[in-house]
Design a protein around this ligand. Structure first.
Ligand code: GTP
Ligand code: MG
Length: 254
């Protein structure tokens, strides 16, 4: 069967995360296999990438080694988005109108994740909003409703820097910071009078994760068929684990 990749909608992976976390750097590395200088992004871009040699896509796992489809590398579309607060609507548009979306990589700068660092709050704020959009996808458009399961990889980047928190601590820090974001958002709603006298269910809809829980945990997203994993890596710099875990995560979703 003749199948030009341009005629089919390639499986796509969406890159989200705050400004400076390394999204465009990762896109460059995944696309070209080498690093290059980046500038802060102003609009989303999509590039075609291929799984590297030796990585098998989940959908090809049971094919025979002699199957000719194994000779061509599995292709996918990687969508980079601007992390700046004022440009994030582009990013959210990409989640609310997904075309063959297979997963979301939320990149964080692990060197800005220590308590009291403004980077932690900013990152938690953005991640909270992304997860809430996904949680509320049943109230979104048709394409959103079609997203039965969603996989999110929190890629703790810049592990080459000695100031970077290990992945397990990045996870903990984000969970406790999202707990604070969630509390202040719900207080904000009460203070502004939004939801007063309306259906109580409306309020519940804006609460991320398990209703009534005092602490937010990523595992609370499972109830909404959202899987969240955290894995460390680094796009640039000689020392560090590199991007192997992230490649593996991508391959498991194609
Ligand atoms: P916006 O486009 O503004 O949303 O930012 P971005 O997430 O695309 O960030 P970008 O890829 O432009 O990277 C920001 C800076 O972080 C660049 O100077 C990168 O070289 C640097 N950077 C990216 N990954 C790493 C890493 O693993 N380690 C270190 N030390 N620096 C990195
Ligand atoms: Mg960028």
């Amino acid at each position: 069967v003749f199948k030009a990749s341009g005629l089919t909608v390639l499986p796509s992976i969406l890159l989200l995360g705050p400004s400076g976390s390394g999204k465009t750097a990762l896109l460059t590395l995944f696309e070209r296999g080498t690093n290059a200088a980046t500038h802060t992004s102003q609009s989303p871009i999509a590039v075609e990438c291929s799984l590297p040699v030796g990585t098998t896509a989940a959908s090809d796992k049971y094919r025979s080694t002699y199957d000719p489809t194994n000779q061509t590398h599995k292709k996918f579309l990687l969508i980079d988005t601007p992390g700046h607060g004022k440009l994030r609507h582009h990013a959210l548009q990409n989640i609310t109108n997904p075309k063959n979306l297979k997963g979301i990589i939320f990149l964080v700068d692990a060197a800005t994740m220590s308590a009291g660092n403004g980077g932690l709050r900013q990152t938690a704020d953005y991640l909270h909003d992304v997860l809430l959009v996904l949680q509320k996808r049943m109230t979104g458009g048709k394409a959103m409703k079609a997203l039965k399961e969603v996989s999110v990889l929190i890629a703790a980047n810049k592990m080459d820097l000695f100031t970077a928190l290990p992945a397990a601590l990045v996870k903990k820090s984000l969970e406790s910071e999202i707990t604070k974001v969630r509390a202040s958002r719900s207080k904000g709603l009460l203070d502004s009078g939004i939801g007063m006298g309306e259906d109580v269910d409306d309020d519940k809809d804006d609460w991320l994760g398990e209703t009534g829980s005092s602490e937010f945990k990523f595992s609370q997203m499972e109830e909404f068929d959202i899987t969240v994993e955290v894995a460390g890596g680094n796009v640039t710099g000689g020392d560090g684990p590199g991007v192997d875990k992230w490649w593996k995560w991508v391959s498991e979703r194609l």
